[in-house]
Design a protein around this ligand. Structure first.
Ligand SMILES: Cc1cc2nc3c(=O)[nH]c(=O)nc-3n(C[C@H](O)[C@H](O)[C@H](O)COP(=O)(O)O)c2cc1C
Ligand code: SF4
Length: 649
């Protein structure tokens, strides 16, 4: 199985051992523009996991987009030493490493000191996403940038990386030159298609001249920017054909989306609502037009999907960015017939993209070791085997049980319901969110692997506790829903969880009082709007879904808009009487009144479940609490705490 995925491939002068690559992704594991030991440990663990090729995160090339707190900076020789150590470390595991070079042009969201920096682009066309007006680059500056790319490429070669990739996609600086919408120049870098392409061609030919024929040179391109005013796919295909004819490029890597606008941005980091493998057809289109290998990435999270892309001839290599954040051992598991053990990425974007955009090291809600390899990567066995009882089969309890069992303890997990999963079972029941249930499926597989004994429909009472006679108890009973303390008369008020479960049927005219600003409010609004209810979503934040990852939220808000859901931000819930529901604007203070309401659906703070307080009172028994049973948060913290607790027992 997966034979084709395990075949080697030549990318120019470099041979890779299989067809899976780790696409470039900013990790926030660098420091002051250089490689850290944490970044080396991160990549080494993916190399050890069997991936054929690692293409490192976009490194910036010119001081005008330095931002060394957020990016590796290839504009200085300081980068060489660390890059070299990283390359050696991955090569020792059998994986070559390429580095990606980029400049965002007008797409600037960062600052050096809080003030807005100048941004540079082909022309002064405003950016829709960050609302930036760039400075048009002088002709002299364009040549300076070309040299900066070439200097940076040479540094990567000096660091003994195996290749260099030029990022010519996602609406960043190079596409800003390629696209007539953003390039209004009248010098040799503007005008017709040939002029607009010159910047890219010069970068490539200068870079090739510096790295020589012994290193691979690739280009990352977008065929479909998924936004108005993006460069048409056919134009990009023609550009690739010209680059191929120039003879400097060894491969093309295809991605979708653009940083220039929210709709395009959603497709750069596609959440679970975007179809799996959605870029493969774009790659296939390019593959028919060029002879060099074509690489593709975008929502490929299972070996069978990767295999299909390859065996149908759509691409020559398949990229797994988030899939390897979720499971660095993906390739080894696939290659050894253990594909069922792969912890598949569910496309939630929470701890990977979410952390990155908030300037924290990337991680995964399902795999907290990602980005923390040096802290949590090497598990020590427990000295003495203990009998551990875990009460509660949500993510925190499951992860604590798995980790403790992996360390040699004898673990029993008791769940009062008929299914494991806790609140994941609610989240996955929302429209378009079924994939989130993968969190439970993956943890169930880990429980089997770790040989944890799982007992469902089991409420722990005094006699059960005596029968089990554990050395230690972990309370992971999660949180319970509750209603806010406000006055409601003559109008139905129900909580979001019972709507998701289908326990109650709201009336036609619904107001959602959304304190949480997370998936529950957005999800219930979508569910009810799809079922034909008239829905108003009043959120306590400055935007509905403020608490969740921005790309997931942006996409969801687009869906709610299409469904006609009325969204009102800054709304503090005050109560309701006979069909009228009252809110207060959280800054202006005025009343916001919704009339004709049949049902209020409350998305309010849940509270830690206290069912097992009596166990904590037993003398001589060590008892820990974990996850929402301590304080309600998200799956990410539940899994992280479960892991940390499992480590400490
Ligand atoms: C946290 C994060 C940072 C990323 N940074 C980059 C980058 O620096 N350069 C780039 O070309 N793509 C970047 N990407 C896009 C990925 O290379 C990839 O195309 C995208 O994640 C889709 O693939 P996936 O579904 O396998 O994650 C990033 C993706 C993630 C998740
Ligand atoms: S946090 Fe979510 S999207 Fe990111 S790698 Fe993990 S499962 Fe995938």
């Amino acid at each position: 199985m997966y034979e084709q995925l395990l075949q080697p491939l030549d990318l120019g002068p470099i041979r890779v051992r299989n067809r899976i690559f780790n696409p470039p992704h900013g990790t926030s594991l660098s420091h002051q523009g250089v490689v850290t030991d944490d970044l080396i440990a991160y990549h080494r663990s993916r190399a050890r996991g069997g991936v054929g090729l690692i293409i490192m995160e976009g490194m910036t090339v010119h001081p005008s987009y330095g931002f060394e707190e957020s990016f590796l900076y290839a504009g200085s020789d300081r980068i060489i030493e660390g890059l070299n150590r990283l390359a050696q470390s991955c090569r020792a595991e059998g994986t070559p490493v390429f580095g990606q070079l980029f400049h965002a042009g007008r797409g600037v969201r960062l600052s050096h000191d809080g003030s807005r920096p100048l941004s540079y682009s082909a022309s002064d066309v405003p950016d829709e996403r960050y609302r930036v007006v760039p400075v048009p680059m002088s002709n002299e500056m364009v040549w300076e940038f070309i040299e900066s790319y070439a200097d940076a490429a040479e540094r990567l070669a000096q660091a003994d990386l195996d290749g260099v990739e030029i990022l010519a996609s996602m609406g960043y600086l190079i596409p800003q030159f390629l696209n007539p919408e953003t390039n209004r120049r009248d010098d040799e870098f503007g005008g017709d298609a040939e002029g607009r392409m010159r910047f890219l061609r010069e970068i490539i030919s200068h870079s090739r001249a510096r790295i020589g024929p012994g290193k691979t040179l690739g280009v990352r391109v977008t065929l479909d920017e998924k936004t108005d005013k993006g460069l048409p796919a056919l134009d990009m295909i023609e550009i690739c054909q010209i680059l191929e004819a120039d003879g400097h490029v060894d491969y093309f890597s295809v991605i979708s989306g653009s940083s220039a606008a929210p709709d395009g941005w959603i497709h750069v980091f596609p959440p679970m609502s975007v179809a799996q493998g959605f870029v493969a057809d774009d790659a296939a289109q390019l593959k028919q037009a060029v002879t060099k290998p074509v690489l593709v990435a975008g929502r490929i999270n299972q070996p069978q999907l990767a295999d299909e892309v390859l065996t149908t001839g759509k691409a020559d290599m398949v990229g797994l960015a988030r899939a390897l954040i979720a499971d660095p051992e993906f390739v080894n598991k696939m290659a050894t017939g253990n594909a069922d053990d792969i912890r598949a990425c569910v496309g939630c974007n929470q701890a990977c993209v979410g952390h990155r955009l908030a300037h924290f090291p990337v991680s995964c809600i399902q795999n907290p070791v990602s980005g923390r390899e040096r802290k949590l990567g090497e598990m020590e066995q427990a000295g003495v085997t203990k009998k551990i009882l875990v009460i509660g089969g949500g993510p925190a309890g499951m992860k604590a049980a798995v980790t403790a069992a992996e360390r040699g303890h004898q673990v029993e997990l008791h769940e009062k319901n008929a299914r494991l999963g806790g609140q994941v079972n609610l989240a996955e029941a929302l429209p378009g969110r079924a994939e989130f249930g993968g969190v439970t499926t993956n943890l169930e597989q880990e429980l089997r692997q770790a040989r944890v004994s799982v007992v469902l429909n089991s409420q722990i009472d005094d006699s059960a506790l005596r029968d089990i006679a554990p050395d230690h108890v972990v309370i992971a009973t999660g949180a319970d829903t509750r209603l806010p303390e406000v006055e409601v008369e003559g109008i139905e008020i129900i909580d979001a969880w019972s709507v998701i479960r289908g326990d109650v049927k709201p009336g036609n005219n619904v107001v959602i009082a959304d304190w949480s600003c997370d998936w529950a409010g957005l999800g219930v609004a979508e569910k009810l709007a799809r079922a034909g209810h008239y829905v108003r979503l009043l959120s306590s934040g400055c935007v509905a879904g403020e608490s969740i990852q921005a790309i997931v939220r942006d996409q969801w808000i687009g869906v709610l808009h299409q469904l006609g859901v009325e969204m009102i931000p800054y709304a503090r819930f005050y109560g309701g009487v006979d069909g009228s529901v009252f809110f207060q604007h959280m800054t202006g203070g005025e009343a916001i009144v919704c009339e004709g309401v049949d049902t209020i659906v409350s998305c309010y703070a849940s509270q830690a479940n206290r069912d097992c307080d009596w166990i904590e009172a037993i003398e001589g028994l060590t008892v820990w609490r974990v996850g929402d049973a301590v304080s309600p948060r998200t799956v990410e913290e539940a899994v992280l705490e479960g892991l940390q607790l499992g480590w400490s027992i």
